[in-house]
Every structure is written in C-alpha cells, then in structure tokens.
Write a protein that binds this ligand. Structure first.
Ligand SMILES: NC(=O)c1ccc[n+]([C@@H]2O[C@H](COP(=O)([O-])OP(=O)(O)OC[C@H]3O[C@@H](n4cnc5c(N)ncnc54)[C@H](OP(=O)(O)O)[C@@H]3O)[C@@H](O)[C@H]2O)c1
Length: 398
C-alpha cells in the first residue's frame, strides 16, 4: 500500500498518519521521514489533547448544566436552607433554573450556604438565590418575612412554592407564648408562615392561567415517619396542640413525633381548607425525605452524637438523596393534580404515596380541619406579637 510516498505493508500501522499497518513500519523510514514523522506525532498528540480537552469540557458542562432548566421563572421559599436537606433542596432547585429565597434564622450560615451553592452551579446568577432572616419561633419574624420577600422584587409575580423544611428537636423542655418550642418550630410557626405567605402564593396561581393544564402554587411540608409514634390524643389535636410534656416529663423524641404528626395531619387540613377557598389553585403536600445524614442529630446529647455520627454517615442517605423527594413533590406534574397527599421516595428512586406507612389518623379529614382551625386560633392567642397573629388568623379571600 502507498501512503505519503512511503511504502507500508498492508496490516502495518503508520504512526504519522495513525493508520494501522504493522509493527516494524519505522524501520523502512528515511531520517527525513523520521523527523517529519516525529513533528507529525507532536502535532497529533497536541491535537489529541485539544480534542480531549474540548470533550472533557463539554462533558463537564453537560454534567453541571442540568438537563432541564425547567424551573426558570419559578420562585421558591425554602425554610432552614442553610444546611442539611434544605440546602440540598435549594441547590437542586437553583441548578434547574429556579429563583430561591432561603429563610434562615442564622443569616451568616445562610450566606455561607448561598456562596457554596452558587459556586457549585456555574450556570447560576447571583440573583437566583437570596437569604432572608426567618425565625419560626418569632411571630414578628414570621410576620415581616413576606414583606422582605416582596421587597426583593423577584417575587413580584408571586410565590410558586413554599417548602416548610426547617425543623428542630428541642433537647430540653422550653416554651414561649404558652407554646412548647418543638411544636412551635415544627408545626405552629410554619403554619403561621404559610398563612402569611398565602397572598404571594395566590398571586402566582392567578398569573398562571386557568383551566385543566394551568399551573398551581404549592406548599410542601417536610415531615417524618416518626409522626407515627405520636401519643397526642384526638382531643389535643382537635383543640390545637400546645406541645407535649412539661418540665418534669419532657422527651425530645416524643415532642418531635408529636410535632411531625401535627404537621402531617395539618397538611391534610390545610389542603382541604384551601381546596374550598382557593378552588384548587394552591395545593398542599407532605413529604418524608427518609432517613438522612444531617446535623439534626446535634440536638442529641454529646455522647449519643459521637455514637450516631459515624453510623449515620455510613448508613443513611445523603442530604442530596433526601432532597430528591422534596424537590419532586414541589415540582413534578405528577403531584400537581392532587392536594393533601403524603409522599416518599424509596432508595431506588421510586416516588410514591405513603399512606401505608403513615398513621391511620393522619388521613382523618375532620380532625385535620379542626386541627388547622384551632391551631390558627392558638397562634392568635400566643402572647407575643399579637398584631401578627391576627393577620395569620384571617380567612383568605380570593
Ligand atoms: N434528617 C432526617 O433523617 C430527617 C428525616 C425525616 C424528616 N426530616 C425533616 O427534614 C427537615 C430538615 O431537617 P435536616 O435533617 O436537614 O436537619 P438540619 O440539618 O438540622 O436542618 C434543619 C434546619 O432548620 C433550621 N431551623 C431550626 N429551627 C429553626 C427556627 N426556629 N427558625 C428557622 N429555622 C430553623 C435550622 O437552622 P439552624 O442551622 O439555625 O439551626 C436548619 O437550617 C426537618 O423538618 C426534619 O424534621 C429529617
């Protein structure tokens, strides 16, 4: 076979033209040929590097650029977004094009999380993620949050989705305004915030068109399977729970289970309430992220933390995995046509309703509606910031 004026044997490999001819092809080259061949080799290798670099760059871009920027123009509030599942949720939303406001009680921690999230998403803009002060144990903070959100400007078209993610387990009994703090942080505070953000959610749904395919605004409450362990009575729930235990008999995990049970049942109650008043334009879902390795264990005693920390790192889901169920509940078409559901995602990524795994009582609509109505009255009676609370207790108007 003839190539570039040189003879090659069929089946050999010419290193200068990168065609396979045979092993001893260099032996039949002249010195000049060898020099030009080595130049060619350098050029070929350089070209290879350039092509490989381009391919690597492209694949990295593909890796960081979400396949769908399908949340462009959608606005979210994620409470407790400075760490754990909330931070991972915000990351997933921003990387899909959403505009997100993190509601954090520690704004320094929030700003740090914001910097980290934005730095890891090259396609994001500074304006995609904001941090706003929010303390769910302060009615004043809950009251001013919607105003601050409004002042950001980006939420002029309303709020597409509120994700009530923030949560805590108070290690010791404490109360404020007559309400035990775990219940206040995990259920009553978020309920107050939700009611205060209804005008913004309503504005989004009003601008989203009408008809069967029209978009709706959403509320997603991040609850826990531990709700099943709640020992609250029907009467306590129906009257609005002030929290479990007392100074003498307080158990952090019992308080957590009670608050998460109230939150789950309250999601159903609020869904029914808004179904009537908002005509399906604002939907409410609860979701459990599964067992996730986060700093929620910081509320446990120090020796238990030491024991739990390595185990949870090895055995539990990452925050990113836990956030998948939250993001799916908040954004998917699948969850849009329903309200008052309770979702989970299996380790293999199957998204489903978890009625079987939920306490039977969490599907009791009548109890759920009493819980919401009377909890709003409780919030209104809570001693501090009475002005806020009256606002919270207003029945939404269309
Ligand atoms: N981890 C799990 O296995 C698991 C399982 C089921 C459900 N969940 C639920 O998932 C949610 C997120 O928890 P996580 O595991 O990601 O825990 P995490 O890392 O401890 O995050 C909790 C977040 O809530 C915030 N928060 C606590 N009290 C607040 C308050 N008064 N006002 C405003 N923000 C407050 C925390 O802020 P600070 O940093 O300032 O404390 C933090 O940002 C919680 O609702 C939890 O109940 C978790």
């Amino acid at each position: 076979m003839v190539d570039s004026g040189r003879k090659h044997l069929v089946g050999d490999h010419c290193k200068s033209c990168l065609i396979y001819y045979g092993d001893d092809v260099l032996n039949i080259m002249s010195e000049e040929d060898k020099a030009s061949s080595s130049d060619n080799e350098i050029i070929t290798i350089a070209l290879g590097f350039v092509l490989a670099g381009l391919a690597y760059g492209y694949s990295r871009k593909k890796g960081v650029l979400p396949v769908e920027r399908d949340l462009l123009g959608k606005t979210f509030v994620v409470t407790g977004g400075n760490c754990g599942i909330g931070k991972a949720t915000a990351h997933a939303l921003v990387s899909r094009g959403a505009t997100v406001a993190l509601g954090c009680r520690n704004t320094d921690a929030g700003s740090k999380a914001r910097t980290e999230i934005l730095a890891s998403i090259p396609v994001s803009n500074e304006e995609d993620l904001e941090v706003l002060e929010l303390d769910l144990n302060s009615w004043g903070s809950i009251h001013t949050f919607p105003q601050r959100l409004q002042q950001l400007g980006k939420f002029e078209r309303g709020l597409y989705c509120l994700i009530n993610n923030a949560g805590a387990i108070m290690p010791e009994y404490s109360e404020k305004g007559g309400l035990e703090m775990t219940m206040r942080t995990n259920f009553l505070g978020p309920l107050g915030l939700t009611m205060n953000l209804l005008p913004q959610l309503r504005r989004y749904s009003a601008g989203a068109g009408a008809g069967a395919g029209a978009d709706v605004a959403r509320i997603v409450n991040v609850t826990s399977r531990l709700e099943k362990n709640s020992k609250l009575s029907d009467i306590e729930l129906a009257n609005g729970p002030t929290g479990c235990g007392s100074q003498q008999n307080y158990s952090p995990m019992a308080a957590y289970s009670d608050s998460k049970h109230a939150q789950l049942l309250g999601s159903l109650g609020l869904a029914k309430k808004l179904e009537a008043s908002e005509k399906h334009n604002i939907i409410v879902h609860a979701v459990t992220p599964g067992m996730v390795s986060t700093s929620l264990s910081r509320y446990l005693s120090t020796p238990v933390q030491w024991l739990v920390w390595p185990l949870q790192r090895m055995l539990l889901q990452t925050p990113e995995q836990g956030a998948m169920a939250v993001v799916h509940s908040a954004t998917s078409r699948e969850t849009r046509g329903e309200t008052g559901q309770y979702y989970s995602m299996s380790s293999s990524g199957d998204f489903s309703k978890v009625f079987d795994g939920a306490s039977e009582r969490s599907r009791n609509e009548k109890l759920a509606q009493s819980l919401v109505e009377n909890s709003m009255t409780l919030i209104a009676r809570s001693d501090s910031d009475k002005d806020t609370v009256q606002n919270v207790n207003k029945t939404p108007k269309g």
